[in-house]
Design a protein around this ligand. Structure first.
Ligand SMILES: *Cc1c(COP(=O)(O)O)cnc(C)c1O
Length: 394
């Protein structure tokens, strides 16, 4: 049940109404910051909650028809009751965390996570009096030791960045059940509902940077929080306060991206697996990190809970920083840029991109090898990408 992930049919149709405004096939972009009422009586019905259309719009910061249509589709794809769209992935994660946590409470965060998520927990939330414990990636047993009476939220990514660690979702949910009121949040950006649907395992909130696979074309920043109706309602209310709502044009691009999500992600799964296998057999490569390889520490977990392993392959090039730089510079199809999940193949070196201001020793301490390269596979033909790598590694 939990393992049944979305198909191309779902990606095209799930959560879509049969008919739309102006008989259009896609949901139109409603570029409106505010919405009219026919009379003061209608405003009263709206504010009292007796309006015949309970979801009629009022003001752009609280919602927009284009965004709502995308939210309904995202909820259907993730298998949750509701979804809330944001201006970026970080807006989604920070608003979800802030909606659930208050001064004096405690959050457990799994390591090997997105740098700004770590910054949110260690910097921003700490400044507002929320304490934290950071536990090693995927180490579910560490929860029991980290739990405090005031622990309210456990946050993990799966797969993680850059080592693609996959946490056992079933065990995670079980470990958090010990404590009443404790919520789980999983950032499933690397998985997408094509490969894994954490809500099916009992995860409370599933978040995505829609900037990556969901949008899929490197042309929009957005984020989403998916979950039960009451939790999404809390998150949506805080979005109305913080104002980090998605612009309707951005929402439209996410909605368009979703149509091809399953097609793209399946292609990326296949290509990345082929490339990971190729790299693992190459003498210039020390180590490959890809959950689809039996050599990956979480291969069994990934196989049990995912139907594909994603489009990102991380690997260590022999010869450290300079060897990795040489490879990245010699690649032709893969362009040098942060991010992943889009149609173009991108390549980056965490040591000189996300972790630039650290010394080599500091990077080693947080587990970032100087020779580490992250290849974000696009939808080009895998043979062409392997040929590009072969040339660049020669
Ligand atoms: C990119 C990313 C984010 C942040 O998303 P933005 O859309 O850039 O704000 C959060 N989590 C993960 C896993 C990401 O890859």
């Amino acid at each position: 049940m939990a393992k049944k992930n979305i198909s191309s049919t779902d990606a095209v149709h799930a959560g879509e109404p049969k008919t739309k405004a102006f008989d259009a096939v896609p949901s139109p972009i409603v570029a409106s910051a505010t919405y009219t009422f026919e009379s003061s009586a209608e405003i009263v019905r709206h504010t009292e909650g007796t309006h015949e259309r309970p979801h009629r719009e009022e003001y752009g910061r609280y919602g927009n028809p284009t965004s709502r249509a995308v939210e309904e589709r995202l909820a259907a794809l993730e298998g949750t009751e509701d979804a809330v769209l944001f201006s970026s992935g970080m807006a989604a994660i920070s608003t979800a965390a802030m909606a659930l946590l208050k001064h004096g409470e405690h959050v457990i965060l799994f390591g090997d996570c997105y740098r700004m998520t770590r910054e949110l927990v260690e910097g921003t939330l700490a400044r507002f009096g929320v304490s934290h414990t950071i536990v090693p990636a995927v180490d579910v047993a560490a929860i029991a030791h980290a739990l405090r009476p005031e622990t309210r939220l456990v946050m993990s990514e799966s797969p993680t960045n850059p080592y693609l660690r996959c946490i056992d979702l079933e065990k995670l949910v079980l470990a958090c059940k010990q404590k009443r009121g404790l919520k789980t949040l999983v950032d499933a950006t690397f998985a997408t509902p094509v490969n894994c649907r954490p809500a099916g395992f009992g995860i409370d909130l599933v978040v995505h940077s829609a900037t990556k696979y969901l949008g899929g074309h490197h042309d929009v920043l957005a984020g989403v929080v998916c979950g039960t109706q009451p939790l999404c309602s809390l998150v949506r209310d805080l979005r109305g306060v913080l104002g980090n709502v998605a612009d309707p044009h951005a929402a439209f691009l996410v909605g368009r991206g979703l149509k091809t999500l399953a097609l793209r992600v399946r292609k990326q799964n296949e290509s990345a697996l082929a490339i990971a296998r190729y790299l693992e057999g190459h003498s210039a490569i020390t180590r490959v990190f890809y959950p689809g390889l039996p050599s990956h520490p979480d291969h069994e977990t990934a196989r049990a809970q995912m139907t594909g392993f994603g489009g990102v392959v991380s690997f260590i090039v022999k010869g450290g920083l300079d060897a990795a730089r040489g490879l990245v510079d010699r690649m032709e199809l893969a362009r040098i840029a942060p991010s992943f999940g889009g149609v173009d193949t991108l390549v980056e070196q965490p040591a000189i991109m996300s972790y630039y201001e650290m010394s080599s020793e500091e990077r080693a301490a947080v587990g970032i090898d100087d020779g580490l390269v992250r290849l974000a596979v696009g939808i080009e033909e895998p043979e062409d990408l392997v040929a590009d790598l072969t040339r660049a590694l020669a």
